[in-house]
Design a protein. Structure first.
Length: 258
């Protein structure tokens, strides 16, 4: 656990991790807390204004021209001859639970010293937390679905968890309020990006855990369940620490008043 950026990884993976933790401690946590406070009072089921907007070929071409004229980077959208178009979307990963990635440990073979391979690979998996605020750009087609975007993101980070554990959200800001809406599997993120324009406040994409209500714990592996138990223990200890600190402050104030 890094004291500056709160990045957590497996102890065997420490030598492989390279992060810039030069930022001031606590900055990321404070921003994340503000974001969560804003999101608590939002209506996540409120549909987007452009959700049901339909465009013909001429309107798509005009929208692409307007979109490309408003961006300050080379992440342009391109219209194809078949009427489809390609472009980039930016997805922020806001995962509070650890993800699993494959790991291979080399162990000596019983045939060591003889002809043939001396070592054999044992398939293992390890879990770690993705750094807060991780952002990934994806180049996709207009017909690329939200479920395919999730699959692509997991492949980029070599995450081997079930894609159904994650969901892609549409995030927007309006009147100092943050709105989140979970995209259906068949929705097309690039189409939403084109209709909303390049502004990240009007529309951005966030990958989060797929909260479906009751948790089916049988769907998790033993290492994942052990990790969840450790997380619960750490959260419980943190809550106890905060309670003790609060009561200690109250006791101190009372003693000062006496």
């Amino acid at each position: 656990l890094s004291p500056d950026c709160s990045f957590t990884c497996h102890y065997r993976c420490r030598a492989l991790v390279r992060l810039d933790c030069s930022g001031p401690p606590g900055t990321g946590d404070e921003n994340d807390g503000t974001e969560q406070a804003l999101e608590k009072d939002t209506n996540v089921d409120e549909p987007s204004e452009w959700e049901k907007t339909e465009l013909d070929q001429a309107q798509v071409e005009q929208r692409i021209k307007e979109y490309n004229s408003q961006i300050n980077s080379n992440l342009f959208m391109s219209l194809n001859k078949d009427g489809s178009y390609t472009g980039f979307i930016k997805v922020q990963l806001k995962l509070v639970r650890p993800v699993s990635v494959p790991a291979t440990k080399r162990v000596p073979s019983l045939q060591a010293g003889r002809s043939g391979p001396r070592t054999q690979g044992v398939k293992r998996r390890t879990s770690f937390y993705l750094p807060k605020g991780t952002v990934k750009h994806l180049h996709i087609f207009s017909h690329t679905r939200a479920s395919e975007v999730i699959d692509a993101l997991l492949r980029k980070f070599t995450v081997i968890d079930n894609p159904r554990k994650f969901a892609l959200f549409e995030r927007s800001e309006k009147d100092e309020q943050v709105y989140l809406r979970k995209l259906a599997d068949e929705e097309q993120p690039l189409r939403l990006r084109l209709l909303a324009g390049p502004s990240e406040k009007v529309l951005s994409f966030v990958l989060k855990e797929n909260e479906t209500g009751e948790v089916n714990w049988d769907a998790f592996t033993l290492p994942e369940l052990h990790n969840f138990l450790r997380i619960l223990q750490r959260e419980e200890e943190e809550h106890v620490r905060q309670l003790r600190h609060r009561y200690a402050r109250c006791r101190q104030k009372m003693q000062e008043a006496l």
